[in-house]
Design a protein around this ligand. Structure first.
Ligand code: M6R
Length: 599
């Protein structure tokens, strides 16, 4: 949700800022802006739309400033417009700020500031920060920011500058910020890809940190002014990993990366007869598992419930993180709370984690982004190592999350003294190859996408472990193609949704062979009897469905525990190719952002 970058150094800041913004566009892309210090003046450009519009405007200028800040926005308060785009300024155009987060008490602060004579230009909550800093500015930006933040409620990743100070002051509360340490240049950004072209040495700011940055170095203090010592860490990410590598979109690249991302999540974690994880917990006291997550990660949590209850034999509750945090949940020290998050920064998931920990639960994170806030706050963790996921629609993180949950369940079972079936270990070892084989459905899916791209509604059906896959297939289609789609447990449609079925309602059925296949077959029959068109995901040896369905997508035969990982791949491709055939911006779907760091 909003991307921030700031620069202090020897080079032209504008080029570095624009390049960084492009790498942060996955966080928001409804408008962008930058502000540079040039000869003790603030020079600012803003444009509505993607960063490319700002780049075009800036390219026509000869901008020489070496200190600057920039922002790509995902609107919360106020429509996408130049006025609402960041940076925001004080009344005298001496102070500029970029902000990611929500200032919850902005109305009260705004009224106070207006009563003191401040004039506001935008509808945003963020603008109060610029005016509040102005209110306290007496020659030191650091001091003014500290005083301003003492009045602020809510979340912020904030970077401020002043026309007559060649420095940046940044602060973090619940919205990520990292410092990039270069040679005679320092960067500050929402995320590593923004600065990776310049440095791999980063410092992760923590909540309550204030950073004072100039081209020579940086200091980190708390809001009481005490100097803090934060470690510089070397990030293990390459530029290659964050490029499209010839694919039309990041989403397609990430779908095709799944053989590799699955290999990564498995690497070093399977031995001859067991699973190796290093978890720091008191397993013997756990009587219940609670999993909380959002969106796609919530779908993998649902799959986790099936896997953990069956394999480990403990009760599992799954919550939307946004609901968990506000429903006064009953949690005790006998609970293990699992937070699943690709980004590790989702505000609701983070808040749910904090709530569970404060009530005494042990915690475990299943996270992709190394060093992210969830990863830092849990007692134990399983990193996915799926590599950067840049497409807003989550794909490879989902399959890696399910794999991690299966590893966890098997690990736990082994710890409890049971042998793990060699067959499942072997299938896990071959999972990347099987995923590769599954991707061979690509050309078949392209044809189907052409055929179905103009339909306005879709149903997705699955049973057991594949019910959450139906939810995920529907979510993928909704978010990137804007086609209305619903996922249901296959048996549930006769309790209502079947009323929608006619020849205009394509129904995607997850019909791979398992204990419930015959029942799914009956559901297909019910749809056919009402004129519905069935697209069935089948494995290669399930003839009865092949006879009934209108269209088939074939996937390899796998153990039922692995079936969600394999079955979702053609659904990801179907959503992708339908959206692409409609000419939509797949990596930047409207109204969405990759990392949802606000409530
Ligand atoms: O980073 P997280 O896994 O915590 O993100 C959770 C959701 O915001 C995310 O899965 C979202 O639903 C994606 N757009 C789905 O494709």
């Amino acid at each position: 949700m909003c991307g921030i970058i700031g620069y202090c150094g020897q080079h032209r800041a504008s080029e570095i800022l624009i390049e960084g913004l492009k790498r942060l566009e996955y966080r928001g892309y409804d408008s962008a802006g930058l502000c540079l210090v040039e000869n003790n003046n603030l020079v600012c450009y803003k444009r509505v739309g993607p960063v490319a519009h700002l780049e075009e405007a800036v390219a026509r200028q000869d901008l020489g400033g070496h200190v600057g800040i920039a922002h790509t926005r995902w609107a919360t308060h106020g429509i996408p417009s130049e006025v609402n785009a960041h940076p925001h300024f004080d009344c005298h155009h001496q102070i500029a700020i970029v902000h990611n987060g929500i200032i919850e008490n902005y109305q009260a602060l705004k009224e106070l500031l207006i009563s003191e004579g401040h004039i506001f230009s935008s509808e945003t909550d963020s603008e109060v920060l610029a005016h509040l800093i102005e209110k306290f500015y007496k020659g030191s930006l650091e001091e003014a920011v500290t005083k301003a933040l003492a009045l602020v409620e809510g979340s912020y990743g904030l970077v401020a500058l002043h026309a007559s100070e060649n420095k940046l002051v940044a602060a973090r509360r619940s919205s990520p910020l990292i410092i990039g340490v270069g040679q005679d240049e320092i960067f500050i950004a929402s995320d590593v890809p923004a600065i990776l072209n310049h440095t791999k040495d980063v410092v992760y700011l923590q909540d309550g940190d204030l950073a004072i940055i100039d081209s020579k170095g940086y200091q980190i203090k708390n809001l009481a002014g005490k100097l803090l010592d934060r470690q510089v860490e070397e990030v293990k990410l390459s530029m290659e990993q964050i490029e499209k590598k010839g694919y039309k979109h990041f989403m397609l690249k990430e779908i095709f990366e799944q053989p590799q991302s699955l290999a990564n999540v498995l690497a070093g974690r399977i031995t001859d007869n067991q699973i190796k994880l290093s978890l720091n917990w008191h397993r013997e006291v756990i009587q219940r598992i609670i999993i909380a997550a959002c969106g796609t990660s919530w779908h993998s949590a649902l799959i986790g419930k099936y896997l953990l209850e069956e394999i480990v034999g403990l009760p599992v509750e799954v919550d939307y993180a946004s609901e968990f945090r506000y429903r006064h949940p009953l949690v005790s020290s006998h609970d293990l709370f699992i937070a699943i998050s690709q980004s590790g920064e989702t505000a609701d998931t983070l808040a749910a984690l904090r709530e569970a920990r404060s009530r005494g639960a042990q915690s475990l994170g299943i996270v992709n982004v190394v060093g992210s806030t969830v990863a830092r706050e849990v007692d134990s963790g399983i990193y996915l190592h799926a590599g950067p996921e840049i497409g807003v629609a989550s794909t490879k993180a989902f399959t890696a999350q399910i794999t991690a949950l299966l590893l966890l369940a098997l690990y736990w079972r082994h710890e409890a003294g049971y042998e793990i079936d060699k067959k499942i270990l072997n299938e896990l070892r071959h999972l990347p190859t099987v995923a590769e084989k599954t991707l061979e459905a690509n050309s078949q899916v392209i044809e189907l996408a052409q055929r179905f791209m103009n339909f306005e509604n879709f149903l997705y059906l699955g049973r057991g472990l594949n019910f959450p896959v139906a939810l995920e297939g529907a979510l993928k289609l909704k978010e990137i193609s804007y086609i209305h789609a619903e996922g249901y447990p296959a048996a549930e449609i006769k309790h209502g949704p079947i009323a929608l079925v006619d020849e205009n309602m394509p129904v995607v059925v997850l019909a791979t062979k398992n204990d419930l296949s015959d029942k799914t077959l009956s559901n297909i029959q019910e749809i056919k009897a009402r004129g519905g068109q069935v697209i069935a995901i089948v494995d290669q040896d399930y003839e009865p469905v092949k006879k009934l369905a209108d269209y088939l997508i074939k996937v390899p035969v796998v153990h039922v525990w692995l079936s969600p990982i394999i079955n979702v791949i053609p659904l990801q491709l179907l959503a992708y190719y339908i959206a692409d055939a409609k000419g939509l911006d797949v990596d930047r779907p409207r109204n969405l952002a990759k990392s949802v760091t606000v409530e």
